[in-house]
Ligand binder design. Structure first.
Ligand SMILES: Cc1cc2nc3c(=O)[nH]c(=O)nc-3n(C[C@H](O)[C@H](O)[C@H](O)COP(=O)(O)O)c2cc1C
Length: 248
């Protein structure tokens, strides 16, 4: 009998935690940037690192719109209520969560899977389970059925409760996309650039500006560039760990 060798990726060696800490602690929300542009290679690298974020079922429900054309940029600044961070940014990137790309991305997880032949478990996951879990059906009808079934099954065992509606799909997509946004901002910092995440924008107008389809949700606009000497307005404040961490 032949035993199949499982894929293995051993833990990498020691990391420079102080370098990582420096990236994390020096990231601040910057509201005033210099006019120094971000080199395209740096921006591309940061976007690539953004897309390495963990994400639900590896369905990668994100999109990044680098807004450059002068008319669009001016409109986007206006849609961000003229915030300083937006006005002075070298680049404005709209980060979009998609609730509809899962179907194509499930297929791509199979066609581009980095092991051939595709393991049976992976085939079943993307071929059967994913369509079952993420397809909400007309007016969330499939989701409602799943929710009802989950209620019954949960009396005897733990069951996944969602997403069971288009609204829950928005939350589902936003979770993974926000992780990509954080990767992006940390990557910018590691390259010596800075950012400001903004949710202070008119979501509908931004969607219209970018001609986004119905199932695309702009979750953040990221202003990015080189920090001006007076670009950070206040010292950082975080509350005590005890307030948030509960060891139970
Ligand atoms: C989802 C989100 C939305 C935000 N929206 C805005 C915004 O519209 N305008 C702004 O100036 N800052 C915005 N911020 C930045 C926060 O105000 C900032 O992260 C917070 O005050 C902590 O400061 P720090 O990032 O310098 O640590 C946002 C941050 C996040 C994560």
């Amino acid at each position: 009998m032949t035993t199949k060798k499982r894929y293995a990726e051993p833990a990498p060696g020691p990391m420079d935690v102080e370098a990582f800490r420096h990236v994390v602690t020096s990231r601040r929300s910057v509201r005033q940037f210099t006019q120094t542009p971000i080199p395209q290679a740096v921006l591309d690298d940061c976007l690539d690192m953004a897309m390495l974020a963990p994400n639900s079922s590896n369905l990668q429900p994100w999109e990044f719109y680098v807004v450059r054309t002068p008319a669009r940029r001016a409109a986007l600044i206006e849609d961000c209520m003229g915030q300083n961070a937006a006005r002075t940014a070298a680049e404005l990137i709209v980060i979009v969560a998609r609730t509809d790309s899962w179907r194509e991305h499930a297929r791509m997880n199979l066609s581009e899977f980095p092991m051939q032949p595709v393991p049976k478990m992976v085939k079943q996951y993307y071929g059967m389970l994913v369509p079952l879990v993420y397809n909400q059906g007309p007016l969330d009808s499939f989701g409602r059925v799943r929710r009802g079934l989950a209620r019954i099954s949960s009396r005897v065992r733990a069951v996944p409760r969602g997403p069971c509606s288009l609204e829950e799909m928005r939350l589902w997509a936003a979770k993974s996309t926000a992780l990509a946004a954080e990767n992006f901002m940390l990557a910018l910092r590691a390259h010596g650039f800075d950012s400001c995440a903004m949710e202070g924008f008119d979501e509908r107008r931004v969607a219209r500006l970018l001609k986004l389809p119905r199932h695309a949700l702009p979750i953040m606009v990221i202003a990015a560039g080189e920090r001006a000497p007076d670009g950070v307005y206040f010292p950082r404040l975080r509350f005590a760990r005890e307030r948030f961490v509960h060891t139970v």
